[in-house]
Design a protein around this ligand. Structure first.
Ligand SMILES: Nc1ncnc2c1ncn2[C@@H]1O[C@H](COP(=O)(O)OP(=O)(O)OP(=O)(O)O)[C@@H](O)[C@H]1O
Length: 387
């Protein structure tokens, strides 16, 4: 179903357009108005996916109507109807944000193509909006405890800079989430954030993973392959679990950071890269340095700014908000009706030792949502939370 509005002062043209469009697809609902003001009045009552608007009209002309639509309803596609002699104005309208223009008298095929394309664009724009909303919801950082507020303040200050950031905190506390926020709030957000889980890559492969390789560099290198540094060019490289990186890989990362250049495995040319590096670890890097497992010079390169993400045990006052947040998400994802979490349940949740932090908390909430009745109680938490 698409809502289409025709604003055109010539009755004959209005009727022709209306008939052609309405006959094309019976899911199109077509309204018309004989001047700009009447059109805008209709738009105030109903949302339209597409407006076809004449340029020359008595009173408010098409350009004025277009300006109004662009400022009030920027998601609506506008196609201008140009008469003889106002093609130039039609082109100007496109610069102002109109999707396209058609000439009078309307050519059937061109009109229908334009209508279809304009509606496709509107639908795509709506889908992109929904997806963006979903993605930003996925990365929502819930909680306003003092310690989490400090983290959020740091993100606001540090994100727009080029500073490297070392994110420290226990497993599942939200380090990756912090990295996403730092990237999204930076100038680099239009370029990708590339993630590397240093713990998951065998040490003999990490060099090729980070810097890429040339065909023939080793037996399985059947073609050239770009590394993560190159893929993140212009954006952010997130080195997760950096404390698990081998000393030899650390030496190479250090060189890449010092020189902003990398050399693919088996390659002889250096490649310049423009990458902001964020790193995260759950290890105590000072201890790793003392044990000879982490390079001190790399630590200093990475830790221009250090953000410490608190474990859930240090911010149990956030548990009511987190319970509500995950409750909503789980109910949406699993198609389960929203449940009430009573005060005893919250108290019981706050009494637990959350060594797995937010990740563990989310899993427990999911279990409770699936296993309990419409109201989650303290007894439910005792019964199901640790199983
Ligand atoms: N403050 C928060 N509000 C809502 N969700 C959160 C919050 N912190 C973390 N999460 C969620 O908890 C899960 C674990 O977070 P994340 O992966 O960022 O942790 P991590 O510290 O990087 O874990 P690991 O050490 O295992 O890599 C994710 O699903 C994340 O979205």
């Amino acid at each position: 179903m698409a809502n289409i509005l025709i604003i055109e002062d010539e009755k004959a043209i209005r009727n022709v357009l209306r008939n052609i469009i309405a006959e094309e697809n019976n899911s199109f609902s077509v309204d018309d108005a004989e001047h700009g003001k009447a059109g805008l009045d209709l738009m105030a009552e109903k949302s339209y996916d597409l407006v076809l608007c004449d340029i020359k009209m008595p009173g408010m002309d098409g350009i004025e109507v277009l300006d109004k639509i662009m400022s009030l309803y920027p998601d609506t596609a506008v196609v201008m109807i140009s008469g003889h002699g106002d093609i130039e104005t039609a082109v100007d309208c496109i610069k102002k944000g109109a999707y396209d223009f058609i000439s009078k008298p309307p050519d059937l095929n061109r009109l229908l193509n334009t209508v279809r394309n304009a509606l496709d664009r509107t639908q795509l724009a709506t889908e992109v909006k929904v997806l963006k909303k979903k993605v930003s919801k996925k990365y929502e950082m819930i909680g306003d405890s003092g310690s989490l507020s400090e983290v959020k303040d740091m993100i606001e200050k540090v994100a727009p800079t080029e500073a490297r950031v070392l994110i420290m905190g226990p497993n599942g506390s939200g380090k990756e989430l912090v990295a996403h926020h730092l990237h999204e709030k930076s100038e680099r957000s239009k370029a990708p954030m590339i993630e590397v889980n240093c713990a998951a890559i065998p040490s003999e492969l990490i060099e090729s993973e980070l810097f890429g390789h040339k065909k023939g560099a080793f037996t399985s290198a059947v073609k050239d392959r770009k590394g993560k540094f190159e893929l993140a060019d212009g954006g952010t490289l997130f080195l997760d679990e950096i404390g698990d990186m081998s000393l030899s890989a650390q030496a190479k990362v250090l060189r890449a950071l010092q020189e902003s250049k990398i050399t693919p495995v088996g390659g002889d040319k250096e490649i310049k890269v423009n990458v902001r590096v964020l790193a995260a670890t759950n290890k105590d890097l000072q201890k790793e340095i003392a044990d000879g497992k982490f390079r001190e010079d790399l630590y200093h390169r990475l830790s221009v700014i250090v953000i410490r993400v608190p474990g859930l045990n240090d911010r149990k006052e956030d548990i009511p908000q987190l319970a509500e947040h995950f409750g909503e998400k789980i109910s949406e994802e699993q198609g389960i009706a929203p449940k009430k979490i009573n005060a005893d349940a919250i108290k019981a949740l706050q009494a637990f030792d959350w060594t797995g932090n937010i990740r563990e908390f989310r899993n427990v909430m999911e279990r409770l949502y699936i296993l309990c009745g419409p109201e989650i109680t303290g007894t439910d938490v005792e019964q199901y939370a640790r199983k």
